[in-house]
Ligand binder design. Sequence first.
Ligand SMILES: O=C(CO)COP(=O)(O)O
Length: 137
Amino acid sequence: MNIALIAHDSKKDAMVDLAIAYQHIFRQAKVFATGTTGKRIMDATGLPVHRVQSGPYGGDQQIGAKIAEEQMDLVIFLRDPLTAQPHEPDITALLRLCDVHNIPVATNLATAEILLRALERGDLDWRKAVPGRPADA
Ligand SMILES: O=C(CO)COP(=O)(O)O
């Protein structure tokens, strides 16, 4: 399973806490993250993280491309609902692609925990049979 972890600045501490708490799940998966989020997670947990660009520099679009290619199974995007972002169109596009491709996506901690527990329980195993999805993704 490929998981994308993305957090805006005010949510990065929460993302690090999530990564620590659920690292037993993340260690079974391939973790992708935007630049700064990924570095924070790697520093805190030692998890191998495939980092793309920072969000404002195209990272959200890079994650979006993986979604479009059916290479992402779960997205946790802890976005800041109280601060305008310069790359708002990229954020909207990423979330839209999750809906287009039926990707489970959490934008807050409560939903993120529910999705991670579902993943652990095997509830998302159906995604392995999604047409067009690379077998090793
Ligand atoms: O801006 C982001 C998502 O929109 C996140 O990027 P960083 O993880 O590099 O801060």
